[in-house]
Design a binder for this molecule. Structure first.
Ligand SMILES: [Zn+2]
Length: 416
């Protein structure tokens, strides 16, 4: 057992299933000249609660140290704004959003999602803890508070703007250290018929894709419909509709209301049954995931060693947070992957912590023999990029590490 109380139910039956060893905070990029191993390392261990089935990590890095200055900006890929545009239209249509309604987005990042509500004329408010990212949203004209969302914040929003018809949270709901205060705040903030729409990486997708690289210190909990429902029910709310979205390699979108206020849709029983069939509430499923991660490591490291032995250069294509987990868990450093290239200027000139792979600016016409695609969830977008098509036509290859190790070139994809 891990020495912790379950983040959801408070029980002390959280059993270790995957130990990814001590790692630095994945988004705390470091200066290239920082002496080796001097950045703080913390345990990165995944546990399964035998009482409520919540899968979670045990070590919490204080949120102020992780989120006050944040290098991830939603707007830097094309996939995310399109995804948010489609989602906001669905929400606006389903709940009849109009000029009198308030939408609050928790962890609103650079305002990418809230911008999409402009056609519906509703009031919007973003709550974003990272001051540097909140400023990007403010500069773009999206009203944004730079603070952590919790019960106190909800009270302040109500005092200033009234209650919210819709509260959204995308890609942040697993970050939340003050989980119960956040859920209480959402419950209070909603109008009587209000709806909370949460998108989070789906644990079921992580299991099926061996997407262990979604495990990092910012992600405290990993949800199934069952475990998410258990958390919300503790605060008088229930999931009344849910479906899976392909974003981030598989996410769950859950629509939540006060218990009994909305008709529970057939999607709930269907997804719950599917989770039972697939064993997502069983510890054995996560013990198998740990074995699958080990097998992935052996294949990927052997492949990279083969490239190195043949004198081929390999660069990381992008330096996302999940990339740090993959590289540090697998012990991959500059000997196998010489550098990472990025479009995000906030990352260029720094190094990925732990493995210390330096991050350079992505430049047209300058490429290695192969790219390791750390942001494998965006591979379809990358492969449509004309520059990447030209790269492959010239003999270049993409190495995709997850869900299976693939080498993609002009001749197609080859599984390793
Ligand atoms: Zn529990």
């Amino acid at each position: 057992m891990l020495d912790m109380a379950c983040r959801c139910c408070g029980g002390r039956n959280v059993e270790l299933v995957i130990d990814l060893t001590d790692q630095p905070h994945c988004n705390r990029l470091v200066r290239v000249d920082l002496p080796a191993k001097t950045e703080p390392h913390y345990p990165l261990r995944v546990g399964f609660c035998r009482d409520c089935t919540m899968v979670q990590i045990d070590h919490t890095i204080p949120k102020e140290s992780m989120f006050s200055d944040y290098p991830y900006v939603s707007g830097t890929t094309k996939t995310l704004p399109a995804h948010f545009a489609a989602t906001s239209r669905r929400i606006a249509d389903a709940y009849g959003l109009g000029p009198d309604d308030l939408v609050v987005d928790i962890g609103s990042n650079d305002g990418t999602w809230l911008k999409q509500y402009a056609p519906f004329g509703c009031q919007v408010l973003g709550v974003e803890a990272a001051g540097n990212v909140a400023k990007l949203a403010q500069d773009a004209g999206i009203r944004t508070w730079s603070r952590f969302f919790n019960e106190d914040c909800a009270k302040d929003v109500i005092a200033q703007f009234g209650h919210a018809k819709v509260v959204t949270a995308a890609g942040v709901f697993f970050h939340l250290e003050e989980l119960h205060s956040v859920v209480r705040g959402i419950e209070q903030l909603l109008t009587p018929d209000g709806v909370f729409v949460v998108q989070a990486i789906y644990l079921g997708g992580m299991v099926e894709n061996t997407a262990f690289d979604q495990v990092y210190h910012e992600h405290l909990c990993y949800y199934t419909l069952r475990s998410l429902s258990a958390l919300l029910e503790r605060h008088g709310m229930e999931v009344f509709d849910a479906h899976l979205e392909p974003i981030h390699g598989g996410s769950i979108e859950a629509h939540v209301a006060r218990k009994g206020s909305r008709l529970v849709q057939p999607s709930i029983a269907a997804m719950r049954a599917d989770e039972v069939t697939k064993g997502f509430g069983e510890i054995a499923t996560y013990q198998q995931l740990a074995r699958n991660v080990l097998a992935l490591q052996q294949k990927l490291v052997a492949l990279l060693q083969d490239y190195a032995a043949r004198g081929k250069t390999v660069w990381a294509y992008g330096a996302p947070a999940k990339g740090a987990t993959l590289l540090n868990s697998f012990g991959i450093g500059p000997a196998l992957v010489q550098q990472a290239v990025e479009r995000n200027p906030m990352k260029v000139g720094l190094a990925i912590p732990g493995c210390r792979i330096p991050i350079a600016l992505e430049q047209d016409g300058v490429s290695p023999d192969a790219y390791l695609v750390l942001a494998w969830n965006f591979i379809d977008e990358f492969l449509k990029n004309p520059a990447n098509i030209a790269f492959m036509a010239g003999g270049g290859e993409f190495i995709v590490p997850v869900p299976k190790v693939l080498v993609v070139g002009a001749g197609g994809a080859r599984q390793v």
